[in-house]
Design a protein around this ligand. Structure first.
Ligand code: NAP
Length: 293
């Protein structure tokens, strides 16, 4: 793998461990992050700009927060389209608007860059373990060529359709996750009001039809009111905006999703934006007049 150079732009909660797994898999990794400190995760020197990171890369992965960040990194003067070599594969793993994904891929492909939108699910732990679910939009031949790189960071990797489709599937993912967190938070708050042993309740609920990954992975920390991110409420608020806009565009009703989006926004207004999205629990207990002192 060392003859494949992979540039990773954005070394935050997700991009950092993804880059570390690429190093572990034997790729020659060049990292770049806007603020300098985060390069340490790679235990090597990083690039000083996007341009420097991508200029010799065969594959480029971006893992930045939002649509404007991807537009800047892809299409800015210092960006991928202007500086990557022709024929390089650019994989955008960030979660952004599907329409923006299509537009930036089109602009980059006009410069000879082959593009995939490949948002991920599985959270920080999935990134650390290299077991992410990756929903990919783009051409099959590019997908096939990029697959060894994706294999180093993910486990369930599926080409779901043409450019932009990965982001559409990710929007659906975020709808399900937000709604599930809200319902788990409501259930836990309800159980606490009845002084039920929540550990026992979580165990039995997880074994039945109510079982889900949020119960498995987040309920115990929600009970302890531990909300270190993980996935920040600010980012899930961004994703609820994506699904609301895309559903509206398609004329699709998502009444529960729209309500959950409002709750996510409210949690943010209360100052919880930097907490893990399971911090919706704090809002639920406040709405019940049960906020812990
Ligand atoms: P994060 O911890 O905030 O990391 C984003 C990183 O991108 C930061 O280190 C940031 O640098 C860097 N960055 C921002 N703009 C940049 C630019 N123009 N050039 C270079 N670097 C730039 O966020 P994250 O949780 O890793 O999420 C990244 C993306 O993955 C988001 O789209 C999110 O929705 C998605 N996602 C996250 C999770 C999760 O569980 N966290 C799961 C699935 C998908 P600074 O240090 O300067 O801020």
């Amino acid at each position: 793998m060392s003859d494949t150079t992979v540039a990773v732009i954005g070394l935050g909660i997700m991009g950092g461990p993804m880059a570390a797994n690429l190093v572990k898999a034997g790729f020659d990794v060049v990292g770049y992050n806007r603020s300098p400190g985060k390069i340490e995760i790679l235990k090597k020197k990083g690039a000083s700009s996007v341009a420097e990171a991508v200029k010799d890369a065969d594959v480029i992965i971006t893992m930045v927060p939002d649509s404007p960040d991807v537009e800047e990194v892809a299409l800015g003067e210092d960006g991928i389209a202007a500086n990557a070599k022709s024929g390089a594969i650019w994989i955008d793993a960030s979660t952004i608007r599907p329409d923006v994904a299509v537009n930036v891929a089109k602009a980059a492909s006009d410069k000879g860059i082959r593009c995939l939108d490949a948002p991920v699910s599985g959270g920080e732990q999935g990134a650390i373990d290299g077991t992410l679910s990756i929903m990919v939009g783009g051409d099959k031949d590019v997908f096939d060529e990029a697959k060894p790189v994706l294999d180093a960071v993910g486990k369930t990797i599926v080409l779901v359709g043409p450019s932009g489709s990965g982001q559409t599937v990710k929007a659906a993912n975020q709808l399900i996750v937000a709604g599930t967190i809200e319902l788990v938070a409501e259930a836990l708050n309800f159980l606490e009001a009845y002084h039920v042993d929540t550990t026992a309740a979580i165990e039995v609920l997880a074994g039945g039809l109510a079982g889900n990954r949020i119960l498995d992975r987040k309920a115990a920390s929600m009970v302890k009111r531990e909300f270190t991110p993980g996935f920040r409420i600010d980012l899930h608020h961004k994703d609820m905006g994506i699904i609301i806009a895309a559903a509206r565009e398609a004329g699709v009703a998502i009444p529960l999703g729209a309500h959950t989006a409002q709750l996510m926004q409210y949690a943010r207004q209360l100052g919880y934006g930097d907490l893990d999205h399971s911090g919706l629990m704090l809002l639920v207990e406040q709405l019940s007049g049960r906020a812990q002192k």
